[in-house]
Ligand binder design. Sequence first.
Ligand code: PGA
Length: 245
Amino acid sequence: MHKNITIIVAEDYETMSHKAAEIFAESITANPNKSFGFATGATPVGMYKNLVKLHKQENLDFSGVSTFNLDEYHPLAPDSPQSYRQFMYDNLFSHVNINKNNIFIPDSKAADPHMEAKEYEAKIENKGGIEMQILGIGLNGHIGFNEPNETFDANTRYTPLAKATIESNARHFASAEDVPTNAITMGIRSIMLARHILLLANGVNKATILRDALLGAITPLVPASILQLHQSVTVVIDKEAATLL
Ligand code: PGA
């Protein structure tokens, strides 16, 4: 394993979520005015619950931080239950003292999504870059909506979703036909610019892709494999996801 990657194997999902929240909270406390990168999906829900608890019980302070989400569907109504904006408010933003003016999520209704992506990249830079980026990992190795075969030097952009991703995300919609076919996502390059990466994964179905991403060849076929070249990655996973490492 690369020495820039620290792997923490937790007993179960609860423990994984608790540990990840602890690491993230430490970073926020040490960098109260910096920018942080958030991810959606089933994986980080438990971590967000723990962050809300830390805010309510131990005054974890979000008032000075800026937040950038990895990605957002396009087009989709921003208040649709499946939008990532809605997810973030439901799971975290509505429950902590984040300044709403410092929340950045790509606009799911932008008239010009290419321009929106360009401006989003510039906003991240203007806010000093991302201190710690939370990541999940797709079954096909995607991070954000950087699907297999996307170039590693891609910036934030408007992009089609892979068929496998549409099928996987159909569980959140009435049917696969209702899943938006496109998204705005931070690029691999944008993600790699974050000073620290916190990657979460749980469940036996993530074991194979974690092995490929962390121990396999560094290849655009497995987008997350680029993390082997990042200077500071902490991987927090449960025992089931760790079975092939
Ligand atoms: P999941 O999604 O957390 O719902 O498994 C991960 C991802 O696709 O990045």
